[in-house]
Design a protein around this ligand. Structure first.
Ligand code: NAP
Length: 277
C-alpha cells in the first residue's frame, strides 16, 4: 500500500517533471542555427533571427566549418540550410542525427534525397521540411493559380529575377507551369505560337501548353506573374519580392511547426494546408 503510494507519488512527480520540461520547451525560445549564414539568403535569416521573438539564434556554419562539432557544441533544435544542392542533404542528415529538425531551403535536391531525409526524420522522431520556396506570397500565388487553371483555356507566366541568376526559367516558374498543366489533364492549355516569329524566342519557352518568359535585370529579386486569358478578360496573379526578407516569415513558421511535432513536410504549401485534392 505504502509502496504503491510511494510509487504513485514518484510517478506523479516524474510526470510533473516531464510536463514541466515539455512546457519549458514550448515556451523557451527555439535554438536555431543556419548553414550557409554568409550567403545571400542565409545572411538575411541570421540577421532576422537575432531579433525574432521565440527564436534563439545560436550561430551559423559556413563552407569548410566542422558541422558535427558545431551541432554538438550549440545543440540547436533546428538547422536551417540555405547552401548548395550537393551539401544540403549531408548537413540536414547531420542535424537529424543529433535530434535537430532540418529546415531546408536549398533547391535542387533530388526526390530520392528528400526521401532519405524523410526516413531519417521518422527514425529519429523529429519534424523536418524541404521547401523550394519559403515566400508565403509565392506559395499562395501558385495555389491561387491552381484554383484558376480549370476555368481559363490559356495562361502565360512571366518571371523576373536578379541579373546574375544562373538558371532560366526559375524553378518556381517551371513548377508553376507543371502544376497548372496537371490541373488541365482533360483539356490542355492552348499555347499559340506566332505565325511569323521575327525575333526568335519572343514567345518564350513552353511547358505543358504554358508559355514561360524569363526576365533578368538588376533591381529584381524574385517576381512572378501568372496571366490567364479568356475572351474579353484576363486574370493576373502576381507575386512581388522586394528583398530576401521575403523568406523570413515562412522559415520562422516552419521552424516553429517542425520543432513542435515529429512530422515531415514537402513544401510550405503542405505545411500551410494549401494542397488541392
Ligand atoms: N527555398 C527558398 O525559398 C529559396 C529562396 C532563395 C534561394 N533558395 C536556394 O537557397 C540556396 C542558397 O541560395 P543563396 O542565394 O543564398 O546562395 P549563396 O549566396 O551562394 O549562399 C550559399 C552559401 O552557402 C555556403 N555553403 C556552401 N556549402 C556549405 C556547407 N557545406 N556548409 C555551410 N555553408 C555552405 C556558401 O559558401 P561558399 O560561397 O564559400 O561556398 C554560401 O555562403 C540555393 O540553393 C537557392 O536556390 C531557396
Amino acid at each position: 500500500m505504502v509502496a504503491i503510494g510511494a510509487g504513485e507519488t514518484a510517478a506523479a512527480g516524474a510526470a510533473a517533471h516531464v510536463a514541466t520540461d515539455a512546457s519549458k520547451l514550448m515556451t523557451e525560445p527555439i535554438k536555431v542555427a543556419v548553414a550557409g549564414y554568409r550567403g545571400k539568403v542565409g545572411s538575411v535569416l541570421a540577421t532576422a533571427f537575432q531579433s525574432e521573438p521565440g527564436i534563439d539564434f545560436v550561430g551559423g556554419v559556413a563552407h569548410g566549418d566542422d558541422l558535427a562539432a558545431f551541432l554538438h557544441d550549440k545543440r540547436p533544435r533546428a538547422l536551417v540550410d540555405f547552401t548548395r544542392p550537393g551539401e544540403a542533404l549531408h548537413n540536414a542528415l547531420a542535424a537529424v542525427a543529433v535530434g535537430a529538425s532540418p529546415v531546408v531551403g536549398t533547391t535542387g535536391l533530388s526526390s530520392s534525397d528528400v526521401d532519405k531525409l524523410e526516413t531519417a526524420c521518422h527514425e529519429k522522431h523529429v519534424g523536418g521540411i524541404v521547401a523550394p520556396n519559403f515566400a508565403i506570397g509565392a506559395v499562395l500565388m501558385m495555389h491561387l493559380a491552381d484554383i484558376a487553371a480549370p476555368l481559363f483555356d490559356a495562361v502565360e507566366i512571366i518571371e523576373m529575377h536578379y541579373a546574375t541568376k544562373l538558371d532560366a526559367p526559375s524553378g518556381t516558374a517551371l513548377s508553376t507551369a507543371r502544376r497548372l498543366a496537371a490541373r488541365r489533364k482533360d483539356k490542355p492549355f492552348a499555347h499559340r505560337k506566332a505565325e511569323k516569329e521575327t525575333l526568335s524566342g519572343t514567345r518564350g519557352g513552353e511547358e505543358g501548353g504554358v508559355a514561360v518568359h524569363s526576365i533578368r535585370l538588376p533591381g529584381f529579386v524574385a517576381d512572378q506573374e501568372v496571366i490567364f486569358g479568356l475572351p474579353g478578360q484576363t486574370l493576373t496573379i502576381a507575386h512581388r519580392t522586394t528583398s530576401r526578407e521575403a523568406y523570413v516569415p515562412g522559415v520562422v513558421l516552419a521552424i516553429k511547426r517542425v520543432t513542435g511535432e515529429p512530422r515531415f513536410y514537402r513544401g510550405l504549401d503542405e505545411l500551410l494546408g494549401l494542397r488541392l485534392g
